[in-house]
Write a protein that binds this ligand. Structure first.
Ligand code: CP3
Length: 357
């Protein structure tokens, strides 16, 4: 941005992509907003398209359908960013692990629990197997409104590994934690395979048109500090550093859920430009301890959107006041849940769009 020759303060540029402006340290008329899991089962138009392809992996790998459902929340609510519709478990699929989603059970993978299992995986066919994702990104980049940014994403290696090792979601990520303690070198080989694959996967998304990428480390909170540094911070740092070499201007958002005050260390230890706050992080703490070092994103309770009304309005106002308007991206503390009334999301969107610095 060029402000030379002007003595006035930089004025907000409402027509530019607010998300990119904020991530570049610029000034906006109001904070940008998008919601994790903004495309999904709470939208009847999502359920209608989803019903046409029962197998979830095939659905994610259908560029027509994936692009269509990515755009649905943008068309309905006017978010400032679209997030590619895909899933973090497409990387294990691309590495040759059997992945399926069972109705009512969530993801089921053929578990990889030791070095022999690891030896059966390979990144050789990754880009063939998930190439449809890059096509989805290309289509989105060509069709998004000019003021809407496109976010690519991947799971961070630790969270992806918890599913690869456990074979399914678990409350305590026990299988991966045990492998990491019992055979750290073997587990490091798994993390390294996923890290390298993720660098290639996100790089291709960026080349196809993703303008920002987010890493989801949903299960970071199950690790004590030394393990957290090794399996969460270090792989995120490696991905971020590798992407910076080739794509220096593309911002990275890191979302490490459940790490409490260590959220304040994430940016310094990994170099990410922005940090996602989960619902447990106090906004005042984030303003004082996280925001000086990074743009922050978050963290309205998804259940406040289910409840709607006064609670949602008051919480939204508080977040905008404490964290906005600069260095702030409005979002939830975790994904939109299926029972969310779309009308509440519309009210939330209207409140944020009406807000002015
Ligand atoms: O945010 C978006 O709108 C983009 C799409 C997106 C999905 N999953 C689509 C999805 C993103 C960013 C994800 C990330 C993801 N996937 C995470 C990290 C974020 C988080 O929520 O913690 C994780 C852990 C997964 C793995 C995963 N995918 C699980 C555990 C499940 C089953 C649970 C559930 O909600 O059903 C999924 C399935 C999934 N991924 C759905 C959607 C819309 C629902 C499946 C369906 O439509 O049948």
């Amino acid at each position: 941005m060029a402000f030379s020759g002007s003595v006035t303060a930089p004025s907000p540029r409402p027509s530019a992509k607010r998300l990119l402006t904020v991530l570049a340290g610029g000034v906006v008329d109001r904070p940008p907003f998008w919601l994790m899991r903004q495309a999904g089962r709470y939208l009847p138009e999502y359920r209608a398209v989803r019903a046409t392809t029962p197998d979830f992996v095939s659905f994610c790998l259908d560029p027509d359908k994936a692009a269509a459902v990515t755009l649905q929340p943008i068309e309905r609510f006017g978010m400032d960013a679209a997030i590619l519709f895909a899933d973090i478990l497409l990387v294990p699929h691309g590495l040759g692990q059997a992945v399926r989603f069972a109705e009512g059970e969530g993801p089921l993978l053929e578990p990889v629990t030791d070095r022999a299992g690891l030896a059966r995986l390979s990144a050789d066919r990754l880009h063939d197997k998930v190439g449809a994702v890059y096509e989805t990104v290309r289509r989105l980049a060509a069709s998004l409104p000019a003021d809407v940014a496109l976010i690519g994403f991947a799971g961070a290696p630790w969270t992806v590994a918890t599913y690869m090792v456990g074979g399914r979601g678990s409350p305590d990520q026990k299988a991966a934690r045990l492998w990491a303690y019992r055979d750290p070198d073997g587990f490091a080989a798994l993390i390294s395979l996923v890290t390298e694959a993720t660098i290639g996967y996100l790089g291709r998304q960026i080349e196809a048109g993703a303008e920002v990428v987010q890493l989801f480390d949903s299960w970071a909170g199950s690790l004590p500090e030394p393990e957290l540094r090794r399996w969460v911070f270090a792989p995120i740092r490696a991905i971020r550093d590798a992407l910076k070499i080739r794509y220096p201007t593309v911002p990275v958002i890191g979302f490490a859920k459940g790490v409490g005050p260590l959220t304040a260390s994430l940016a310094a230890e990994t170099g990410v430009e922005a940090v996602g706050l989960d619902g447990s992080i106090d906004a005042g703490f984030a303003a004082a301890a996280v925001q000086p070092g990074a743009v922050v994103q978050g963290n309205l309770d998804p259940l406040a959107v289910v409840a709607g009304g006064r609670a949602m309005r008051a919480e939204t106002e508080r977040l905008l006041r404490v964290l906005g308007p600069d260095r702030y991206i409005f979002n939830l503390g975790h994904g939109v849940v299926p029972e969310t009334p779309p009308a509440h999301v519309a009210q939330l969107a209207a409140q944020i769009k009406a807000w002015r610095r």
